[in-house]
Design a protein around this ligand. Structure first.
Ligand SMILES: Nc1ncnc2c1ncn2[C@@H]1O[C@H](COP(=O)(O)OP(=O)(O)OP(=O)(O)O)[C@@H](O)[C@H]1O
Length: 337
């Protein structure tokens, strides 16, 4: 397969359940080796999309492929590892036996499995409990076991539906490390997650789904960048100079009330007096263009101030998620309760 072939491609993929719910007109493309985050509130349609991609349910219309193979075909299925959201493994088997069963279903040889299973269980953090029966596993261990099953055949594309929902913070960090390792190996990762920090840490691009449709998509960096708001850490700040800076630069510039530093609080309190502060403070400005940052620096230097740091303000993914969805109708889980 050519390296230009998209790992995951969908065109107008739609599933309409009998009750009218599901997901609609999903068009995305994920390159080989990319990590893609799929976000959205409960009931947005994320799992429905993944289930179509892995061939568990058929689309109502639209088309999609995995590494060039049509979804649902055996060739497409051979490309994927899948950790479902609602996993349940055979309680009477040991962890090792469950992974072996999945390996055999993927057509792996007994000798290959002999070597692979202990490594894999070690990697997902249940190496010491591999011979225990699944009925004695905690929820978190079962989720780790599910990850081992998804990875047993070393697939190039991995779909993970909420891979760390049952894990404690330490477990989540370990899973994040495992996923980063998979990405380093060049695997394509499709991550459905409510854990926004996982998406932020791992994914190159993401889409936000609401009411079954893509609301926004793009690179994680693009989504989080508030392009207009910049922050500057400056020394020798003179509060009285702010109106002048505003007038000469044409930019809205103010003391940042957001950084929480004692110096800033002091500066905010003393913003009416004109004495220079010895410590640094944070200023923020709304910029139309990036080169205005250089112009502002020049003006601040003219006034005897020193610039120590400057950069655009990045929004946390969680704030972005809330801001983007606030005010939009949402007919997901909450409507049903
Ligand atoms: N088999 C089904 N039959 C009818 N409706 C369904 C079925 N499966 C899911 N739905 C509905 O389709 C919508 C999308 O569900 P889906 O499970 O894809 O959402 P999700 O974004 O994965 O939610 P969550 O984050 O809670 O897992 C929901 O309104 C859900 O109730």
């Amino acid at each position: 397969m050519s390296s230009l072939t998209a790992a995951i491609r969908s065109e107008g993929l739609t599933k309409e359940y009998k009750n009218g719910r599901g997901c609609r007109e999903i068009t995305i493309q994920v390159g080989q080796g990319e990590a893609f985050g799929f976000l959205g509130p409960n009931g947005a349609g994320k799992s429905t999309f993944v289930k179509m991609m892995v061939g568990l349910i058929s689309p109502s219309h639209g088309e999609a492929s995995l590494l060039g193979y049509p979804i649902g075909s055996l060739d497409a299925k051979r490309q994927i590892g899948y950790l479902p959201e609602l996993y349940r493994y055979q309680e009477w088997l040991t962890g090792e036996e469950v992974v072996r069963l999945h390996g055999k279903l993927c057509g792996l040889e007994r000798s290959a499995l002999q070597k692979r299973i202990p490594q894999l269980l070690e990697e997902v953090g249940i190496g010491l409990r591999g011979k225990d029966r699944v009925k004695h596993y905690s929820k978190g261990m079962q989720q780790r076991l599910g990850l081992a099953c998804a990875l047993v055949a070393d697939p190039p594309v991995v779909f993970l539906d909420e891979p760390s929902s049952a894990l404690d913070p330490i477990g989540r960090r370990e899973v994040r490390r495992i996923l980063a390792g998979l990405k380093d190996q060049g695997k394509t990762i499709f991550l459905n997650s409510h854990l926004l920090e996982d998406v932020e840490a791992l994914c190159d691009r993401m889409a936000l789904l609401n009411n079954g449709q893509i609301l926004r998509h793009g690179t994680v960096a693009e989504m989080l960048q508030k392009r207009t708001l910049w922050r500057f850490r400056v020394g020798g700040f003179i509060p009285a100079v702010l109106p002048w800076l505003h007038e000469v630069s044409g930019c809205e510039i103010r003391l940042s009330t957001d950084t929480g530093t004692a110096d800033n609080r002091n500066a905010v309190r003393s913003s009416s007096d004109s004495s220079s502060l010895a410590e640094t403070v944070w200023l923020e400005a709304e910029l139309d263009q990036e080169d205005q940052a250089g112009w502002l620096n020049h003006l601040m230097m003219e006034q005897g101030m020193t610039l120590y740091e400057a950069g655009p303000v990045k929004e946390r993914l969680e704030e972005w998620f809330m801001d983007t969805l606030t005010g939009l109708s949402h007919r997901g889980e909450r409507e049903c309760t």
